[in-house]
Ligand binder design. Sequence first.
Ligand code: PLP
Length: 403
Amino acid sequence: MDVFMNTYHRLPVTFTRGEGAWLWDVQGKKYLDFTAGIAVNCLGHGYPALVKAVADQAARLCHVSNYFQSDVTAAFAEKLAAVCAPVGMKNVFLANSGAEANEGACKIARKYSLKKYGPGRHRIVTLKGSFHGRTISTLSATGQEKFHQDFGPFTEGFIYVPPGDIDALDRALDANTTAGFLVEAIQGESGVIPQEPAYLEAAARFCAERDILFMFDEVQCGVGRTGTFLGCEAYGVKPDVVTLAKGLAGGIPVGAVLAGEKAASVFQIGDHGSTFGGNPVAAAAALVVLETVNNPVFLGEIARKGDKIQEAIRAWKHPRIQAVRGRGLMIAVDLDAEAWPILEAAIARADGSDGKEHFVPERFVPGLLMLSAGPKTLRFLPPYIISDEEIDGGLEILKTILG
Ligand SMILES: *Cc1c(COP(=O)(O)O)cnc(C)c1O
């Protein structure tokens, strides 16, 4: 592991394969996955239609660059715009990650404002506790002090306001200086914190009145995660710009910036680009995700399973659990102590390897993969295809570990 730069606190488990909501490590031990690779493998591991689409596309055509057109990339972009049309989205820029998508959104806000109002109106307002990525500019956009060390000078022009404080937002969204407001409908990394409806309604009003772009970072909470295709749909507000990434191609890297009427023609030829953006293999995978997830029955199941998890945990009235919150399959559980030892214990319990590579279900005591979101908060982002039995089994494991 010394070959890796020391950027991640990795848990001591090495995976070799996955199927549905399960992963197997190099010793053949199995683990139930409540993480979906941080909201990425939304259809689980080895989803047959996705595997086939990726394999077929890889055999047909992997990459052509954006100097040319690809049939599958065009089909993906059309489908994505159509899926997001109900919230007013019109067109799409394709990238490869969440940070890159948010960079695109910030560039759109800056140019929109510059062309219409001239220089000096470039500020982008974000929330305290937000997370928008790891590039220099998306770190600037991220409203958490701990990220604002060591890497300065940062990109100028970002200011942070406390979530829920409508007066502070009113002051920050100054029509003379501000180009955009970037917000997660549900803040993921800082603890699965949904915005209050009145707050987003006020934000929508301020942005519309002052011609400030209302931009949703849906990188984690989008693509059905919360039971609606976009997290912002549950609030009935209409964004000007939406960014997506994590779950969009079900495990293949992709990012997207969508723009509505106001911002759809801000980018002109040469304004922005990405060598890999719209990669055909990612596009083929994303088409499967869109076709599967953007379905009222499928989305309803995400909401139902999420409610089931929250209700089950509340019913325990466990002394170590302080709160449960979230929407759909994006759930946080606040503990009375550090979350990390729980994550480790849930992995360490996996046992029953008989030394062979083959999977024999009865002989395995499964582990459970969970995430944290803050020091004392567990976060669950299971794949949408997780079954009721798997949910029950996973919660049983958690209960056992909590003691
Ligand atoms: C993960 C995340 C990002 C960054 O995405 P990357 O693909 O890691 O660049 C940005 N915004 C939110 C809300 C995220 O959860």
